[in-house]
Design a protein around this ligand. Structure first.
Ligand code: NAD
Length: 264
């Protein structure tokens, strides 16, 4: 790596092969960050994506396919990202999964995997990143929570529990990093039409006996007063803002981007 490349800030975005994470990775690369991508998907498509982001922005983009449902893989992901770019300035915990089912039928293994990825993985990545950030006196940690970090919906016991937990983790880390110029905040989106939401439409149709249109209008957007999906770009722009000096005093917050859902 050249001197100029080590001078660049570096970001790690978990679950950035798709949806919101990819949008955030795009925004950070466009802002001049070297970026580590993570998540699942077709190897060729991911390699092409990494090349596209690097070429378009003149930054380095690497991919690490760590499965973050494994605790040790979370630490390994952070260590490899720090090793590759010589620093880690921004950590975005975004990888997440969902399962929709009445609690009496909720498979315990789905509970375990949702808690592992949506709640425990952010703990493990932050745990691995925090020491270096404190030593360097700089770190911006952004946890992608959800409106479901503030309110519940039926049939999402594991997801709602995990996302509520993410807010507690966010606040705790914010306090621990406060005097080391390490900030930790959550972004809590309402419904964004990504594969995660697309994939839960059939389950919700089955769980509630509804058509696709009924699920979109009467279940998903029923709670969202604007009656519009949040755009990936809206979430990415807020994440980028949290990395700017104007956001230096935002710490331990959950910033809602939900069209007014949790105002009700
Ligand atoms: P998505 O399904 O489009 O993307 C999820 C990403 O996580 C993918 O890159 C996937 O490969 C990756 N991933 C899945 N399992 C993984 C694992 N074990 N290890 C590493 N990576 C893994 O989902 P999305 O809608 O973009 O969701 C991203 C985040 O935003 C999630 O935390 C989700 O809970 C949150 N969120 C989404 C919405 C929404 O409406 N889409 C709303 C609020 C919050």
């Amino acid at each position: 790596m050249s001197h100029a490349e080590v001078e660049r800030k570096a970001a790690l975005v978990t679950g950035s092969t798709s949806g919101i994470g990819l949008g955030i990775a795009r925004a950070l690369a466009a802002a001049g960050y070297n970026v580590t991508l993570n998540g699942f998907g077709d190897a060729g498509a991911i390699a092409a994506l990494a090349r596209e982001l690097a070429d378009a922005n003149g930054v380095l983009v690497r991919y690490d396919g760590a499965d973050l449902s494994e605790a040790s893989a979370c630490a390994g992901l952070v260590e490899a990202a720090v090793g590759a770019f010589g620093r880690l300035d921004v950590l975005v915990n975004n990888a997440g999964i969902q399962h929709v089912s009445p609690i009496e039928d909720f498979p315990p293994e789905k509970w375990d995997s949702i808690i592992a990825l949506n709640l425990s993985a952010p703990f493990h990545t932050i745990r691995a990143a925090m020491g270096g950030m404190k030593t360097r006196r700089y770190g911006r940690i952004i946890n992608i929570a959800s409106a479901h970090a503030h309110v519940a919906s039926p049939f999402k016991s594991a997801y709602v529990a995990a996302k509520h937990g993410v807010l507690g983790l966010t606040k705790t880390v914010a306090l621990e990093g406060a005097q080391f110029n390490v900030r930790c905040n959550a972004i809590s989106p309402g419904y964004v039409l990504t594969p995660l939401v697309e994939n839960q439409i059939p389950d919700t149709m089955a769980a509630r006996g509804l058509t696709r249109e009924q699920v979109i209008n009467d279940v998903l957007l029923a709670a969202q007063p604007t009656k519009q999906f949040v755009r990936i770009e809206d979430v990415a722009a807020l994440a980028l803002f949290l990395t700017t000096p104007a956001a230096d005093q935002i710490n331990g917050a959950s910033l809602s981007v939900d069209g007014g859902w949790t105002a009700q």
